[in-house]
Design a binder for this molecule. Structure first.
Ligand code: PEP
Ligand code: MG
Length: 617
């Protein structure tokens, strides 16, 4: 998690002169990410200043230490510049307060006395960068505070600014990638600048009422994790950390994408009504659990769950999923310094396969890279690779084929589990495929690992579990007919497919308005790859976030899809949608949609059809 809010309090007047806490309701809007209402107090995660222990260095480490400082200065400068671009969304008074402050920070991060002095201290006093920065900042602050000037408040403010920028530098120098959220009070609404997928994996849904962050898009991995955990969440909410203070009462509406700070009694009353309505709906949907997902004309639709962390297993059982269509194995690689070996992986996946009791579990091998370039994993894998466009770089199967020992360990664990499970209970899936050769190369490794295991005396299934390809790049979608000849099944990953087709980062709040899986370009690619699979009678499913949206079910069924994998919480509503549909209607509707070229018109048609079904149903 990054916390980038400069604390104006640290640089402002002494406490007696601080403006009174605002108690007027303020509503911040963002992207609706995970439905549900949270009423609680804000726990803003801006850390208190990092207290780095004093540290000295060897003479030979001076250059490396100066480089560490330079990297932290560059990161701090970037953060301050980013904060400045956000000013526009804030109320005018806040802009007036913050703009000069950020300018002062930017100057101090240039060729300033602070940076020059810290560099000298590293060189002459052999101090670690964070110690050198702290000492230099303190020396400058003391000089400022002892100046002969009647404006004592002004002096304190300037000294505070120096200390604040030193704290920022220290945070960047001592960044600890693994955070714990154990100190978050029960029932709090967590507020942050950014929440990484690895952070989200540490959240306890039983303790945290809601999550809101300034960064993030609707289909980024953090959003997916929050939905999976069932935590009401709003991401991409600019101005949030400027407006919210720790302890502020708040109401978060994860379906509307809003956070009301200091809510009025009317807002609170409405939120309580909504909580009761959600509970009633959950009860009603719970009754669908045992009913089949079958259309009114008898067509079976397979409804599977996506799993990002094992804690979701009970939710998957509750939802009545027919299996796991996408087990994102990244969870095992997050928040740790070493890499999980074959046995660690066996121990992690085996209980999941056992819990599913013969229902299929599709394990996707590690999809590392791009947006998921988590620091914890990077610590364990030295790729020496710094791509300017990580999403277009060494991600998914590309990285695994470069580091085959990672793929081998994962395949070996999966094959050992498959040998202990009924046939068909385990499937294996490759992420980020773009060319058929990648599937071929992965299959060679798969076969080799199976042979090696047999030589080792391990039990391996006679017929190896199916090896499928994710279709999540435009290249793979347009070459789906060629990839279909190498793969045993397809899973269409519409999250990345939309991102790569539209050139829109799925986790970036700034371009979230352009991220649209209903764009005709994305739909045409879904259609093309679905048809390529169906021609070969090859199984094909959708496992991107589209699959969990009941309003899109008619279109996806109409395109020929009969298997959908989604966050467990979405299954009941999707089942309800399936049970109200006629396949003939869906096919006619899909034909109509696919004739359109305007995304807005497509959305209109989809909303119109969904409303019609609701009325009919
Ligand atoms: C996708 O891209 O649609 C997908 C399911 O994979 P992930 O969200 O894990 O990238
Ligand atoms: Mg993907």
């Amino acid at each position: 998690m990054k916390t980038e809010r400069p604390d104006p309090k640290a640089a402002a007047d002494p406490p007696a002169k601080r403006p009174p806490r605002r108690s007027r309701e303020v509503v911040i809007r963002g992207i609706a990410v995970a439905p549900g209402i949270a009423i609680g107090e804000v726990f803003d995660t801006s850390e208190p200043p990092a207290e780095a222990p004093r540290r000295a260095i060897e003479a030979g480490a001076v250059d490396a230490e100066k480089q560490r400082l330079a990297t932290a200065v560059a990161a701090s400068r970037k953060q301050v510049a980013k904060l400045k671009t956000r000013l526009g969304v804030l109320p005018e008074e806040a802009q007036e307060e913050l703009e000069p402050l950020l300018d002062a920070y930017a100057l101090m991060l240039g060729d300033s006395r602070l940076i020059r002095g810290a560099r000298k201290r590293i060189e002459n006093e052999l101090l670690a960068a964070e110690t050198a920065v702290a000492d230099e900042a303190e020396a400058i602050a003391e000089v400022i505070l002892s100046a002969r000037d009647d404006d004592k408040a002004g002096l304190r403010r300037r000294a505070g600014e120096v200390r604040e920028i030193a704290r920022r530098l220290t945070r960047n120098l001592t960044q600890n990638p693994f955070r714990s959220f154990k100190d978050v009070p029960e029932g709090a609404i967590l507020v942050a600048v950014e929440l990484t997928p690895a952070d989200a994996a540490l959240l306890d849904p039983a303790r945290i009422a809601g999550v809101a962050a300034e960064e993030g898009g609707a289909d980024g991995h953090t959003a997916i994790m929050l939905r999976a955990l069932g935590i009401p969440a709003v991401l991409g909410a600019p101005g949030l950390t400027e407006a919210a203070r720790r302890g502020d009462p708040a109401v978060l509406d994860g379906a509307a994408g809003s956070i009301a700070l200091h809510p009025t009694t009317v807002t609170l009353g409405h939120a309580k009504d909504q909580i009761a309505a959600y509970a009633r709906e959950r009860q009603r949907l719970g009754k669908l659990r045992r009913l089949p997902a079958v259309t009114t004309d008898g067509e079976q639709v397979e409804l599977l769950a996506n799993l990002e962390i094992p804690a979701e297993l009970p939710l998957i059982a509750q939802a009545g999923a027919q299996g796991i269509g996408l087990l994102r194995s990244e969870f095992l690689f997050m928040n740790r310094e070493d890499l999980p070996d074959e046995d660690d992986q066996f121990a992690a996946y085996h209980p999941i396969v056992e819990a599913m009791n013969g229902d299929p579990v599709t394990i996707r091998v590690l999809d590392w890279g791009g947006e998921k370039d988590m620091e914890a994993l990077a610590a364990g894998v030295e790729t020496h690779h710094a791509s300017a466009n990580p999403a277009l770089g060494l991600r998914g199967i590309r990285m695994l084929l470069k580091r085959p020992e990672l793929l081998e360990a994962q395949f070996a664990a999966i094959l050992r589990i498959a040998a202990r499970a009924p046939e068909g209970a385990v499937r294996v899936m490759l992420p980020m495929v773009t060319v058929p050769e990648e599937v071929k190369a992965a299959r060679d490794i798969y076969d080799r690992v199976a042979r090696r295991l047999r030589r080792r005396g391990e039990k391996v299934p006679e017929k190896l579990p199916e090896l499928g390809a994710m279709i999540e790049t435009p290249g793979a979608a347009l070459a789906a007919d060629a990839i279909a000849l190498e793969a045993d099944f397809f899973a269409i990953g519409t999250n990345d497919l939309a991102m790569y087709t539209l050139a829109v980062d799925r986790g970036d709040a700034e371009v979230a308005h352009l991220y649209d899986p209903l764009h005709p370009a994305v739909l045409r690619l879904v259609q093309f790859s679905t048809e390529a699979a169906l021609r070969l009678r090859m199984p094909v499913s959708i496992c991107g976030e589209m699959a969990g949206n009941p309003a899109l079910v008619p279109l996806l069924l109409g395109l020929g899809i009969r298997s959908l994998s989604m966050n467990a919480g979405a299954i009941p509503r999707v089942k309800q949608a399936v049970r109200a549909l006629d396949i003939g209607d869906c096919a006619r509707f899909a034909r109509r949609v696919m004739e359109q070229s305007d995304p807005a018109r497509i959305r209109e048609l989809v909303d119109g059809f969904a409303a019609g079904v609701t009325e009919r149903g």
